[in-house]
Design a protein around this ligand. Structure first.
Ligand code: NAD
Length: 229
């Protein structure tokens, strides 16, 4: 075992993201995946020897993951999406005692898209209507995507409104993930689009978040905190 590396428990290890993270971690000297869990495996015993648990599984696992992390005082990186309000509250409460990175999207490009969206609202002003279009592969379980919901939060927070932002969700083929924010004004339209070509961008971001979070104090952090955006 590499003594200076970050010891990771991977939850959802048999899934698309779990496999991608495992593959990347093999070539990362700073990461050591010491345990793996998937559906049906008890999470608490697997949590004992890690520094941080990375979760890309299902929102239904969140309560058990938070309970186990609290019991063993471990940091968390949560990439799973589709949480209920109650499950999100559980994450927020747990983050009062533990450091947690919770991000609907771990790619650098999408986090720059959040930043650009804020800037666009500030510059375009109130005359522009906004909408979001997101496209993902047919197997994706939640809709709208966590990233689309986060973009809507960014739009409302910057506009200082609580309006329902129209989100169109398209499920087709094997699309990894595409998000467009559309600003429609009198006589012109501005579109900001991010296209993910590979799951590696999320996996790389999650590993970077795992390395970063282990030295942070308790709190709820976003990928923008990790990237310093
Ligand atoms: P997937 O269906 O391929 O994999 C999920 C895995 O989790 C499966 O192997 C499943 O058996 C396992 N699982 C389900 N319930 C579990 C439980 N209770 N305990 C342990 N394991 C459990 O899905 P995926 O494409 O790998 O995505 C996983 C999650 O990550 C989804 O919520 C997806 O939206 C999200 N995601 C987030 C990002 C991001 O950047 N934050 C990127 C891609 C996917």
């Amino acid at each position: 075992m590499r003594s200076s590396s970050v010891r990771v428990l991977l939850i959802g290890a048999a899934g698309r993201m779990g496999k991608t993270i495992s593959d990347l971690a093999k070539d990362d000297p700073k990461i050591d995946v010491i345990a793996r869990c998937d559906l049906g495996d008890p999470i608490e015993p697997a949590m004992r020897n890690c520094d941080v648990a990375i979760d890309f599984s299902h929102a239904g696992a969140t309560t058990e993951i938070c309970r186990a992390a609290l019991q063993h005082r471990k940091a968390l990186v949560i990439g799973t999406t589709g949480h209920t309000t109650e499950q999100r509250s559980t994450i927020e409460e747990t983050a009062q005692s533990l450091p947690i990175v919770f991000a609907s999207n771990f790619s650098i490009g999408v986090n720059v898209l959040f930043w650009l969206t804020r800037k666009a609202v500030e510059q375009l002003g109130g005359n522009f209507e906004v909408a979001i279009v997101e496209t993902h592969h047919k197997m994706k379980k939640d809709a709208p995507s966590g990233t689309a919901k986060r973009l809507a939060e960014v739009l409302n927070a910057t506009k200082k409104t609580k309006r329902e932002i129209p989100i169109q969700s398209i499920r087709e083929g094997d699309v990894v993930g595409e998000h467009t924010v559309v600003f429609s004004g009198p006589g012109e339209r501005l579109e900001l689009t991010h296209r993910a070509a590979s799951r590696e961008i999320f996996a790389r971001g999650a590993l970077r978040a795992a390395e970063w979070i282990v030295s942070q104090p308790p709190g709820l952090y976003s990928m923008q905190n990790v990237l310093g955006l």
